[in-house]
Design a protein around this ligand. Sequence first.
Ligand SMILES: Nc1ncnc2c1ncn2[C@@H]1O[C@H](COP(=O)(O)OP(=O)(O)O)[C@@H](O)[C@H]1O
Ligand SMILES: [Mg+2]
Length: 196
Amino acid sequence: MKMIAVLSKKGGVGKTLLSMGLAQTLTAQGKHAVVIDHDPEGSAIGWRFNAEENGRELPYQVLAPVDVVAAAAAEYVVVDTPPNDIGTLQQVATRADYIVIPVLPGSGEIDRLQETMRAIAAVQERLKAGVHIGFVLNRMEHNNLAAAMPEVMDNLNYPVIAQIGRSVDYQRAFGSVVPQHLTTPFTQILEEFEIL
Ligand SMILES: Nc1ncnc2c1ncn2[C@@H]1O[C@H](COP(=O)(O)OP(=O)(O)O)[C@@H](O)[C@H]1O
Ligand SMILES: [Mg+2]
């Protein structure tokens, strides 16, 4: 079992969207993938409930952290994490084989990202050997601020492995599968990690 952790101390950056999108994409590629919802707010589990209520069951399981048996049977476990919970962030980071960190465009966002990076640096020696860490720019728009982000990230030595555009269709994907034409960034992340 390989663990993909989606982490950020900041809320609203797209952790849950990325977790669901990655599990969906892995599943579409024939991998046995599940999501573990580590957020007490339960937005990933809420996503699943919403899907079931609407008769559109998701093609992958969304589990609570206690469902260790079901998770152990999966090839890939994607862990969605809560905001503002350094303890959980660090605990999940040290168990991960791959870490995905979503970032929004904006200078204030970089400051917030540094908080996440300090939390990870504090457990650096406990990270798995060879852990892959990739950054994903989310809610990208066609403006100068967004256009400057990849270079800013590069200069900080934070490799951007994919970009996700801002689209109301991502918002509407809650409680459903992400429309096929919006899944390219998830595939890109998995290819960058050499999972696909
Ligand atoms: N690329 C995007 N375009 C439009 N809305 C987005 C995008 N990514 C996330 N959102 C929306 O932003 C909100 C926060 O995303 P979410 O994945 O729940 O973040 P987190 O789990 O980090 O709190 C949700 O309403 C989600 O639908
Ligand atoms: Mg979330």
